[in-house]
Design a protein around this ligand. Structure first.
Ligand code: ZN
Length: 302
């Protein structure tokens, strides 16, 4: 059974980048006669825009997306994440860390793909008293390798390129890496189709899955929209096109972006006609690794 999912963060309404991820994960689930789940990644409450989760769900409905089961909200799953953290604690894989951001900046000598590499201070020295502690997982000096259905063979050495990463922050919030692994396992997700901005996170998630004895899903990372010089388009730029275009035009643009080459005649077709075309023409293998679009022409003209 194929189980896919779409997991937006409600930090604003759906934008073109998230629409593309929704289209790709949905079409791929349909092509495999699987289920498509929707999960709100709303762990970071301070960053959340009030009402955005509902707006996103209404937007998805307006496009004609259909999902199976109830929408899961990460903000309601703290107990599940605490259990997973405990499993890792029982295996002696995690340790508390009372370092401040400044202390890490002063003591770290190595930059990784996601900021400074934590120099394991709290693994080797006593903790500061009465200081709030984050929880970090020890990483190994081995390569994590996986084959991405779009991006190809990926290799990352966690201890050299990322370092011991946080699973629970000092302010009590569970980290995205832990939550996403716990949720994908709990929901039985078998295939993850999402934006390539998360490609760098995948080895951390695979590492957690291995230590938790979870099955690693199949991954496909779709290109993220960049401008002609390869810079990621801002959420504002991506959001603009959603406001100013109709749903059928946007769905057409998303399919073009994903390399599906929908025929010109579909450009003015109805939503249901375009979805029908997807049923017989969607091909994951047509998705390019990278995609550049001219910011000035916007996504709808591609
Ligand atoms: Zn520390």
């Amino acid at each position: 059974m194929y189980i896919g999912r779409f997991a937006p963060s409600p930090t604003g309404p759906l934008h073109f980048g998230s629409l593309v991820a929704a289209v790709a994960s949905f079409c791929e689930a349909k092509a495999n006669r699987g289920h498509w789940l929707v999960r709100m990644e709303d762990l970071d409450k301070p960053r959340e825009i009030k009402g955005a989760a509902d707006t996103i769900l209404h937007q998805l409905e307006a496009f004609g997306f259909e999902w199976q089961g109830k929408v899961i909200y990460q903000s309601l799953r703290n107990d599940a994440y605490a259990e997973v953290l405990q499993l890792l604690k029982d295996k002696n894989l995690i340790y508390p860390c009372t370092c401040t951001r400044k202390e890490i900046a002063d003591s770290s000598h190595q930059s990784g793909i996601d900021g400074l590499i934590y120099p394991q201070t709290c693994l080797h020295q006593p903790l500061k008293r009465n200081a709030p502690a984050a929880w970090r997982i020890k990483t190994d000096d081995v390569d994590i390798c996986f084959n991405d259905a779009i991006q190809g063979s990926i290799k990352q050495n966690l201890s050299q390129q990322v370092g011991d990463f946080i699973l629970k922050r000092a302010d009590g919030l569970f980290a995205y890496q832990l939550a996403v692994v716990a949720d994908d396992a709990a929901q039985g997700v078998t295939h993850i189709v999402r934006g390539a901005d998360l490609l760098d996170s995948t080895p951390r998630q695979i590492y957690l899955q291995r230590h938790l004895d979870y099955t690693t899903p199949e991954y496909a990372h779709i290109p993220i929209a960049t401008n002609a010089s390869g810079e990621k388009l801002s959420k504002q730029t991506l959001a603009k096109s959603i406001e100013s275009s109709s749903t059928n035009q946007l769905l057409y643009a998303a399919l073009s972006f994903l390399g599906q080459q929908p025929p010109l005649a579909l450009k003015s077709a109805s939503l249901s006609e375009i979805w029908l075309w997807c049923d017989s023409h969607w091909q994951l293998s047509n998705i390019p690794k990278v995609r550049k679009i001219a910011a000035s022409t916007q996504v709808t003209s591609s």
